[in-house]
Design a protein around this ligand. Structure first.
Ligand SMILES: Cc1cc2nc3c(=O)[nH]c(=O)nc-3n(C[C@H](O)[C@H](O)[C@H](O)COP(=O)(O)OP(=O)(O)OC[C@H]3O[C@@H](n4cnc5c(N)ncnc54)[C@H](O)[C@@H]3O)c2cc1C
Length: 325
């Protein structure tokens, strides 16, 4: 049946397709409502489809994002089906502006699927950033960690299987499953709040294990609303805020007038001079970072990795205790 609803061919191509993330996780775009044109229509309220040129839609969408006129982007909605380790879900659920329906471990049997980091992600604690990783750990530590994970998970899985085999309530049997166990949910969110989520979670400071989900979701958003996506990349993801002192520093380096902008002859700031201008040591490091040209990620989805809902459901089903008894 044909639909009267606005659709986008690039989004239709992936609708209902499951994209693997980590070792047993996935993200699927289950549904979406609205397109870039709907953002424009909400902003202008009175326009019908096809009455404006793409370049005008793009200009308006970029203006809205630059000036944080955000409500028109709340008119576009996304619904995802996602599976992730519980420790990732715990970071994800902090984003309160979505509607969530999680798999019930009280009602259903938990698939015994556990996340195992790959060796390149098994890293030492960073000394520069308390919330981050440094170089990968030595190989022998990884081998030992894998052996320990396997022992612990086998024991947790066996305890769970034993309890449900003895008709113990699932809500109790599950309590010692580790945070590496995969859970899943339906997650519905509007474009404005989704872009906020992506700005925090597709950022290099986010933990790798949630960032990879954000990157796949970003690839999906790019297909549904390419113009809003482009504006978000330019103004939010790779754009940077400047403080008053930072702007004063730039003003002393650059001459701005009606003719344009040019470097002031011989103007420069050493690190000491930046500090004397009022920036802390950390602000100086951050300013230098900001002034490097940004790397622009493309977030393209790899369509060859797309799986069907049936394949994914089968993997989950096979991992449930007693699946083939
Ligand atoms: C790199 C990183 C490290 C983090 N480390 C920690 C940590 O160590 N400990 C920790 O507890 N959390 C941590 N967080 C979580 C973080 O503090 C936020 O809870 C999370 O990122 C959700 O952000 P949010 O509240 O902006 O998003 P959402 O909940 O999606 O909210 C979106 C926006 O809506 C508005 N909003 C929503 N609810 C309210 C409300 N009740 N009152 C006022 N405004 C509201 C706010 O403007 C908010 O920005 C970390 C997050 C990141 C990205």
């Amino acid at each position: 049946m044909e639909t009267k609803r606005p659709t986008v061919p690039a989004a239709e191509e992936i609708l209902g397709g499951y994209f693997p993330v980590l070792d047993h996780g996935f993200v699927a775009l289950v549904d979406y409502m609205g397109t870039d044109e709907d953002v424009e229509r909400a902003a202008r309220v009175s326009y019908g489809y096809g009455t404006r040129k793409v370049s005008q839609t793009r200009g308006l969408i970029r203006y809205l994002r630059r000036h944080r006129h955000t409500t028109p982007s709340e008119m576009v909605e996304f619904k995802f089906h996602c599976a992730m380790p519980m420790f990732v879900a715990r970071q994800w659920i902090r984003h309160r502006t979505a509607s969530v329906n999680e798999y019930s471990g009280r009602y259903s049997l938990m698939p015994l699927l556990f996340y195992r980091p790959r060796p390149e992600h098994f890293a030492l604690q960073s000394t520069a950033n308390n919330q981050g990783r440094a170089d990968p750990a030595p190989e022998e530590l990884y081998r030992e960690a894998v052996a320990r994970w396997e022992r612990l998970r086998a024991m947790a899985g066996e305890g769970y299987t034993w309890m449900v085999g003895h008709e113990i309530a699932r809500e109790i049997a599950r309590i010692d499953l580790p945070l590496s166990t995969y859970t899943q949910w339906y997650w519905k969110i509007d474009l404005h709040n989704l872009l906020h989520f992506l700005a925090l979670r597709a950022d290099p400071h986010a933990q790798y294990e949630i960032r990879v989900y954000a990157e796949v979701i970003a690839g999906m958003v790019k297909r549904v609303v390419p113009l809003s996506f482009e504006a978000w990349v330019d103004y939010d993801l790779t754009g940077r805020r400047m403080s008053r002192v930072e702007l004063e520093v730039l003003a002393r380096l650059l001459q701005v007038d009606e003719a344009g902008v040019r470097a002031r002859d011989g103007a420069s700031f050493s690190i000491e001079e930046l500090k004397a201008a009022g920036l802390s040591g950390r602000e100086v490091r951050e300013l230098l970072d900001k002034l490097h040209p940004p790397t622009i990620p493309d977030f393209e989805l790899d369509l060859s990795r797309m799986r069907t809902a049936e394949e994914v459901a089968r993997e989950m089903y096979e991992a449930v205790p007693g699946a083939f008894e």
